[in-house]
Write a protein that binds this ligand. Structure first.
Ligand SMILES: O=C(O)CCC(=O)C(=O)O
Length: 289
């Protein structure tokens, strides 16, 4: 499947590149052609109704902790990973949409590799928050050019579960210990600096009101989490695609799930083109930034 054009609606601006470097996150309004968002709607629906592919994060939180909040109605936080490996629509989205070029522009990269994708759906009435965390601790990678592109399929507000980013936290130099994603409880055996406790009203938290066609990109070292979906009618469907660029090395982290190709690499190896982490964009003479 090739999909619609790989050209973004508009270029990434210098101000957006500066914001990403300064804050560790940037909101790119109206940059993704709608056809790409539409392409994902059915595959996301198929995915979240398949209990083999998707984890019920609401049930996971209930298993990990008795501490509220827990959804008491039909609200569910549903999440899955690495859909691109078996679904052509997700593969087209991750490899042939404008996302790799957008990541390259923000990270000033010579090439971009696909690391993974995730589906992140909070149905109306989902009480579970996404715990504050840093993606880097979950990635078996080390380096600066690593980012997550967060793509909403619905309009998203603070009420429906906007992601909150701790401004500038990507510059801490710390790798934070991964948690269960729906609980602050750390993953057993995982290493890293404890995630700090940040009040939801902390003025350093940035949240964006977004529309389908927007993309929010954060640096892998940026601390972030998300609220519940308090709406009784509006869904909050999103897909994250995670990329790394040149000068990134593997760093195998204990206690964190690995991918099949991680058996073939050692910590310190450069990330090179491989079917498990393919190059999806290369700078060419005259490539748009
Ligand atoms: O969508 C969410 O609730 C969290 C998103 C997130 O943590 C990510 O994409 O890295």
């Amino acid at each position: 499947m090739s999909g619609p054009t790989s050209e973004p609606f508009r270029p990434v601006t210098d101000d957006e590149i500066d914001a990403f470097a300064r804050d560790g996150v940037v909101h790119l309004p109206a940059i993704l052609p709608n056809e790409w968002v539409e392409l994902l709607v059915e595959p996301v629906e198929a995915t979240i109704t398949d209990p083999v592919i998707t984890t019920d994060m609401t049930a996971l939180r209930a298993a990990v902790t008795d501490t509220p909040p827990h959804s008491t109605g039909p609200g569910r936080f549903l999440s899955g990973v690495d859909h691109w490996l078996h679904d052509p629509a997700f593969a087209a989205f991750a490899t042939a949409s404008p996302l790799p070029a957008i990541a390259a522009a923000l990270m000033d990269a010579e090439r971009i590799h696909l690391y993974e994708d995730s589906v992140l759906v909070k149905e109306p009435g989902t009480a579970e928050t996404t715990a504050l965390h840093q993606d880097l601790g979950y990635f078996h990678l080390d380096g600066d050019r690593i980012c997550t592109t967060w793509v909403p399929l619905d309009p998203v507000t603070v009420e429906t579960g906007a992601v909150a980013y701790l401004r500038g936290s990507h510059r801490s130099g710390l790798v934070h210990r991964p948690n269960w994603f729906v609980s602050d409880e750390p993953l057993p055996g995982a290493e890293g600096t404890p995630v700090p406790t940040i009040d939801v009203d902390d003025p350093r938290l940035i949240r964006f009101v977004v529309q389908p066609g927007d993309v929010v990109v954060h640096h892998a070292a940026t601390l972030h989490g998300a609220g519940p979906n308090r709406s009784t009618t509006s869904r909050r469907r999103a897909v994250s695609v995670r990329y790394c660029g040149n000068d990134v090395r593997y760093q195998l982290r204990p206690g964190v799930p690995t991918k099949a190709h991680h058996d073939q690499v050692r910590s310190g190896d450069q990330v090179v083109d491989h079917p498990g982490c393919p190059v999806v964009w290369r700078r060419t003479v005259g490539s748009a930034r």
